[in-house]
Design a protein around this ligand. Structure first.
Ligand SMILES: *[C@@H]1O[C@H](CO)[C@@H](O)[C@H](O)[C@H]1NC(C)=O
Ligand SMILES: *[C@@H]1O[C@H](CO)[C@@H](O)[C@H](O)[C@H]1NC(C)=O
Ligand SMILES: *[C@@H]1O[C@H](CO)[C@@H](O)[C@H](O)[C@H]1NC(C)=O
Length: 447
């Protein structure tokens, strides 16, 4: 669906809604005014058949058409703060009864339509302080987007503000987004007052420093339930395929349309996962690489490197970037399979496109460490093949260095590492396979 077509149909949809609402009331009001006026005129006419100094501000001659009402409709008639109506006592509980989950807290008017016309839905999750990064994804991804947002305490009012801002200022994006919420039982979201930037399209949404200090402190002491959020975002996608990414991973331009085309013609493969390579880009690079050739040029100049190569090399190593780069970018612009992953290894965690029948993300892993690679490993045990796509790619803005990792993150990682021992025993029992000999292997120390 073209951008302008989408925009036009949103505007039309909203106009129809407002029109219906206004129209109903206008007709009633006009009829009432007309009746009163008629009565008054009739009385005066009957009592004083000569002079007729009627002073009336109401105009009985208003045409019964409702078209002109649109420009004068008060803002409150448009529902630009859908989350305000959320009953915070009604979310469904997660397995540990620690979080309440609200699906479709806000949903764009074209989300279901765009979903039925697309092959791939982009699923992502975010905390409130990184949610602005969604705009970078949405600027490139033209298909449906399912996003789960974590809010604690007064962060909810900021999410409401962001939703209102998106509705008013980026209607094309809002129209194809479904937004879900997860909130902790221990510190549930509270409605509060929506800041004024919500209705000001000249402001940037979600300026830092708006959260209460006690909320910030609470958040710092508690892990972010990323796998809950991933599952919530995934399970609310309605396309045949899901592309799950972290909110700071930006797809290359035109990816949604290109994937649609590829998946329409790709041979059926129920156990295939299509890997989209991810690069880290130096922040000094001003513009998003417009093509694979440009990305490879940046890579040759060390301004782009495979994601996590420095921080955690296993993350993408099995994708085999040297094979991906071998073409030098001299290849078709249509999405195609570059090569298969042949050396799967533990802790591999690519971003991939697959039907959402892949295993869920284990929600016992909280915070950082082992959250995605355990899910990918389970896919490998089931027998999924990973096929690397080209020339599409994704970008993480900013090169990562190990020293940037805070201590709390290492602590969460340690906790999850212990849980990983349980997890791999469970997998072995379930699938009766241990192709990487994990049960005999000493713990992987480096993450
Ligand atoms: C990458 O591909 C090359 C062949 O093109 C192969 O020699 C190498 O082993 C592969 N590496 C990985 C990690 O798969
Ligand atoms: C690109 O590939 C085509 C076909 O494989 C080849 O004919 C052409 O010379 C290549 N161009 C460059 C710049 O390598
Ligand atoms: C990937 O593997 C499949 C099945 O094992 C094979 O049919 C296909 O040709 C391979 N693709 C590439 C690009 O090597």
């Amino acid at each position: 669906m073209g951008y302008s077509v989408v925009k036009r149909s949103i505007i039309k949809g909203r106009r129809d809604k407002i029109w219906n609402w206004r129209c109903r009331w206008s007709i009633v009001t006009i009829a009432a005014i007309a009746l009163i006026f008629y009565n008054a005129v009739a009385n005066i006419w009957l009592l004083h058949p000569t002079a007729c100094p009627v002073i009336s501000t109401a105009s009985p001659s208003d045409p019964p058409s409702c078209e002109p009402c649109i420009d004068t409709v008060p803002n409150s008639a448009i529902d630009d703060d859908p989350i305000a109506k959320l009953d915070l006592r009604l979310g469904r509980w997660d397995g540990s009864r620690s979080y309440r989950l609200f699906d479709y807290a806000a949903v764009g008017e074209l989300y279901s339509e765009v979903s039925s016309n697309s092959k791939v839905c982009l699923a992502t999750q975010s905390s409130i302080e990184r949610l602005h990064e969604l705009l970078r994804i949405a600027a490139h991804w033209t298909g449906p987007i399912s996003v789960a947002v974590f809010v604690a305490g007064d962060e909810l009012r900021l999410l409401r503000a962001f939703t209102t801002w998106l509705f008013r200022c980026q209607p094309e994006i809002y129209s194809r987004v479904a937004l879900h919420i997860a909130t902790p039982a221990e510190r549930p979201g509270v409605h509060g007052v929506v800041p004024s930037w919500a209705r000001d399209c000249r402001s940037k949404p979600l300026p830092p420093g708006e959260r209460r200090a006690d909320t910030v402190a609470w958040r710092a002491r508690h892990p972010y339930p990323q796998n809950h959020m991933r599952n919530q975002a995934r399970k609310n996608c309605h396309t045949s395929y899901v592309f799950l990414v972290d909110v700071d991973i930006v797809p290359s331009k035109g990816m949604a349309a290109s994937l649609d085309k590829f998946l329409t013609t790709a041979p059926k493969c129920s156990l295939c996962a299509y890997v989209v390579p991810t690069y880290e880009l130096d922040k000094r690079v001003a513009t998003f690489p417009s093509s694979k050739s440009e990305l490879l040029r940046l890579s040759r100049n060390k301004l782009a490197i495979p994601f996590h190569r420095k921080v955690f090399i296993y993350n993408q190593y099995a994708s085999n970037f040297s094979r991906w780069e071998a073409s030098g970018g001299n290849e078709t612009s249509e999405t195609h399979i570059s090569h298969n992953v042949t050396n799967f290894e533990l802790l591999y965690e690519p971003f991939y496109v697959a039907p959402d029948t892949v295993p869920a993300h284990d929600e016992r892993f909280l915070g950082y460490g082992f959250t995605r690679n355990t899910q990918v490993y389970e896919m490998f045990l089931i027998g999924y093949q990973f096929r690397v796509l080209s020339p599409i790619f994704t970008i993480h803005w900013g090169l990562q260095a190990r020293r940037n990792r805070p201590l709390w993150r290492e602590k969460q990682n340690e906790k999850n590492r212990k849980h990983f021992e349980t997890f791999k025993r469970e997998l072995f029992a379930r699938y009766r396979r241990d192709p990487l000999h994990l049960l005999k292997r000493p713990q992987q120390k480096k993450t």
